[in-house]
Ligand binder design. Sequence first.
Ligand code: ATP
Length: 360
Amino acid sequence: MGQLFLNRVQKFFGDFEVLKGVQLEVKNGEFVVFVGPSGCGKSTLLRMIAGLDATSAGDIVIDGVRVNDLPPVKRGIAMVFQSYALYPHMSVFENIAFPLRVENMEEEKLKAKVEHAARILHLDQRLQQKPGMLSGGQRQRVAIGRAIVREPKIFLFDEPLSNLDAALRADMRIELAKLHRQLKATMIYVTHDQVEAMTMADRIVVLNAGEIAQTGAPLELYHKPANIFVASFIGNPKMNFLPVTCIGASTAGVEIDYKGQKATIPVAPRQGGAGKELTLGVRPEHIQIGSGDITLTVAPTVIERLGAQTVAYASLDGEGENFCATLPGSAGVRPDQALLAGINVADCHLFDEKGIAFER
Ligand code: ATP
């Protein structure tokens, strides 16, 4: 078992409220990723679950037991850090075995557990080597092995891949997803990298300034972001936002005006919207060259050719590159050459003055 329940969890550092009453349930076997910008409180929340930081208020409940007052070793969790925290003078075997040695586990049982973890992590040929002889990815796998042998109820990962280069990170993402399938364990993973969150999570928890901005499956957050914060955080390059005015509503949706162009966005209308300043959101991958329901004329200032795709950045109002379109790799766009960028209303998101999404 490995269920976690966070009940109105708060954390103050002095007068500063880092976590503002976080409420969350994690199911047994779920892979949940906490994601959010630097300083939003995700590491603090993880450290509180681990018992490394005290909780200012609220309850942390693991498998029905309130663990607030239990020390880390009694909580049935294992944590993997960004810095692998390996002992350089010990072999891979001894590094993985370390928590079992602390428990005084009998040698034969210990050996079986270490070898089992090493097989899962493809480290069986490396057991006699020292960490200094391993690559970054292999070292991180040793750290994960040390967590596996403890057979925790919940694995906690704090940005475990951020010291690795891009290629290794991509490999390790796949390894971790496989590990989760194999162990069927509850895993909670902290990252500021939305690609890691999108690719590994069963469910993503987006944190903003100590509060949950939205929780949901990766594609749910992509297709139905609840607010501008989540809309701009999930998706790469990030969503474009245009200021529009609400001019009315019909059964087909909310009618908007963007610089004289009128369109009906197929979202659920609300009472008394006419005249309100709203924000229209459209993802770069939903922009097409040519006209659409709304058409912009843009002159890209920067063009990135990635092979399969061409990413064009432009400025809509002369204030920096605030518009982006992801076009086919073969798109014949050139810097400073004006092009028509078409937006279809079916691809649009609409947000109210407070940044809350209209229901799609
Ligand atoms: P990052 O991605 O940069 O690690 P994070 O979302 O994990 O960010 P936390 O490390 O949880 O953020 O920190 C949240 C806030 O709490 C930050 O403003 C940080 O400065 C503050 N903070 C964290 N630890 C302490 C501490 N021990 N004392 C005082 N303030 C702290």
